[in-house]
Design a binder for this molecule. Structure first.
Ligand code: A3P
Length: 293
């Protein structure tokens, strides 16, 4: 018998979500953010955990021991996440914490609780090229027993292109935050830039957070947040989640961490269809997305 939960997908303002999130949505909508809170927003599988670790290290002046005080999801709760019975909710954890809090979300910008904008919170947004994002999402859904069975890759890719996966359309997500970046305090980053020049990106992020760090602290943060170091860090690799949630025989959370792994998954035909679709969807918003570095 499958250990996977067969949860219905429902929509909030046209965006698909697991039913459990829709069920407790009012609590999310009414969340009261404080001006000092920091929001880390991403489309799923865009390097959220990576930037979370970078941010925690910046805020703790590179002190690795302090950043090992608890697993990622405890240090920086996941705003909209909840178990099916409403327990273990991100909101509940956040309500026990005093600002400044660092909050993770995958919500598209139009669904963020109003209080984030009203309070003028800083936001860090990370975009990752959609080909690598969908490959990562596919493998994640193979292992995440709380997500619906991903099914065959070809159909999965089609659903991604149509915005039918949970948390909705990658295209709308990245464009939504991009268009608001000058109106709200949004530091817009790219996964590919972090891979290419992590020291530059850590420096820029620290500046955005108003932190002065020495060059050696920046280098230390870069070293502590490489893929290989984070993969071995139990407080940053989700190894604390039980096997009833993550089936690690199917895939790993810290899987490859590369740019361009999509080339191992997309057929020539799928790639051509994707490129055509991408051109159409992105022509009204020329975002500097890179598929290789
Ligand atoms: P892959 O599946 O391509 O390996 P998120 O945290 O948003 O769920 O994103 C997960 C993706 O980010 C996974 O991609 C994971 O391996 C990658 N990742 C996590 N930490 C990383 C790091 N320090 N460096 C590079 N990639 C990292």
């Amino acid at each position: 018998m499958s250990r996977r939960t067969s949860e219905t997908i429902r929509q909030i303002q046209g965006v698909p979500f697991p039913e459990r999130i829709v069920k407790y949505w009012t609590r999310v909508e009414q969340f009261q953010a404080s001006e000092e809170d920091l929001l880390i927003a991403t489309y799923p599988k865009s390097g959220t955990t990576w930037i979370q670790e970078v941010v925690d290290l910046i805020l703790n002046d590179g002190d690795v021991d302090k950043c090992k005080r608890a697993p990622t999801q405890v240090r920086m709760p996941f705003l909209e996440m909840t178990a099916a019975d409403g327990s273990n909710a991100g909101i509940t954890k956040l309500e026990t914490m005093d600002p400044p809090r660092v909050i993770k979300t995958h919500l598209p910008i139009q669904l963020l609780p109003r209080s984030f904008e009203n309070a003028g919170c800083k936001v860090i947004y990370v975009a990752r090229n959609p080909k690598d994002s969908v490959v990562s999402f596919y493998h994640f859904d193979r292992m995440n027993l709380r997500q619906p069975e991903p099914g065959p890759w070809k159909q999965y890719l089609e659903r991604f292109m149509k915005g039918q996966l949970v948390w909705g359309s990658w295209f709308d997500h990245v464009k939504g935050y991009w268009r608001e970046r000058h109106k709200r305090k949004i530091h817009y980053m790219f996964f590919e830039d972090m891979k290419e020049d992590p020291a530059r990106e850590v420096t820029r992020t620290a500046q955005f957070l108003g932190r002065q760090l020495s060059e050696s602290t920046i280098d230390h943060i870069v070293q502590m947040t490489t893929f290989s170091v984070m993969r071995e860090n139990p407080m940053a690799n989700y190894s604390t989640l039980p096997d009833t949630i993550f089936d690690r025989t199917a895939s790993q959370f810290m899987r490859k961490g590369e740019v361009g792994d999509w080339k191992n998954h997309f057929s020539a035909e799928e790639n051509a269809a994707f490129d055509e679709h991408y051109q159409k969807k992105m022509e009204d918003c020329p975002l500097p997305i890179r598929f290789t570095i």
